[in-house]
Design a protein around this ligand. Structure first.
Ligand code: GAR
Length: 207
């Protein structure tokens, strides 16, 4: 059973996919805490509905990003979290938090990295005119969406007429990809070798 900490800034549909994955037995774990950096994040309501402890940590209450992340680290530590999931969390993670959770912080991004990093990935992909996009789950490092890729799902977007349509088409694939990766984390190990990531499930015992 892994203990999952989720960081979210918005509506929390990816957070919901983890809740559902646990309920439906795909993910062998529990969500120990939801942390949001917005007092009105929709994710909070989802946490409340599902009896998940949650905390709001506002940037304005701290003198620096590092101080804010120190508080987040404290909260995650208190809950003995093994895996930190950024589910629509729109902030760069500071080095202290990263070092404490090396290869234990993952992020979902709504484009095929390394194309279209940042906070407007679906809009950027639409405006660039790519025919194919998708989503990426990756380990978080000090850059903007630059960490080793864990999993990607690719879909055609050439039938989409607006950036919003692109986002809506990709979203269900985000949910499935996120759920699969967290399920894998709960049942085995992702091994990072340089930029390459491979998965080793737990071996079934002989007896
Ligand atoms: C998702 O599309 C996620 O990929 C994106 O924010 C949305 C959050 O939706 N994240 C990023 O763009 C990170 N760079 P949700 O709150 O419903 O999960």
């Amino acid at each position: 059973m892994i203990r999952i900490g989720v960081l979210a800034s918005g509506r929390g549909s990816n957070f919901q996919s983890i809740i559902d994955g646990i309920k439906e037995g795909d993910i062998e774990g529990e969500i120990a805490i939801l942390v949001t950096d917005k007092a009105d994040a929709g994710a909070i309501e989802r946490a409340e509905k599902n009896g998940i402890p949650n905390k709001v940590v506002l940037r304005k209450n701290f003198e620096s990003r590092e101080h804010m992340d120190r508080e987040i680290r404290r909260i995650l530590g208190e809950k003995q979290v093994d895996l930190v999931v950024l589910a629509g969390y729109m902030r760069i993670i500071s080095p202290e938090l990263l070092e404490h959770y090396t290869n234990k912080i993952i992020n979902i991004h709504p484009a095929l990295l390394p194309s279209f990093p940042g906070t407007s990935g679906t809009k950027d992909a639409f405006e660039y005119g790519v025919k194919v996009s998708g989503c990426t789950v990756h380990f978080v490092d000090g850059g903007m969406d630059t960490g080793p890729v864990i999993e990607q799902t690719c879909i055609r977007i050439d039938d989409c007429k607006t950036p919003e349509e692109v986002a809506a088409k990709i979203l269900p694939f985000e949910h499935a990809t996120m759920r699969k990766v967290v399920a894998n984390f709960s049942k085995g190990e992702y091994i990072v070798e340089g930029r390459r990531v491979r998965y080793e499930g737990k071996k079934a015992s002989a007896d």
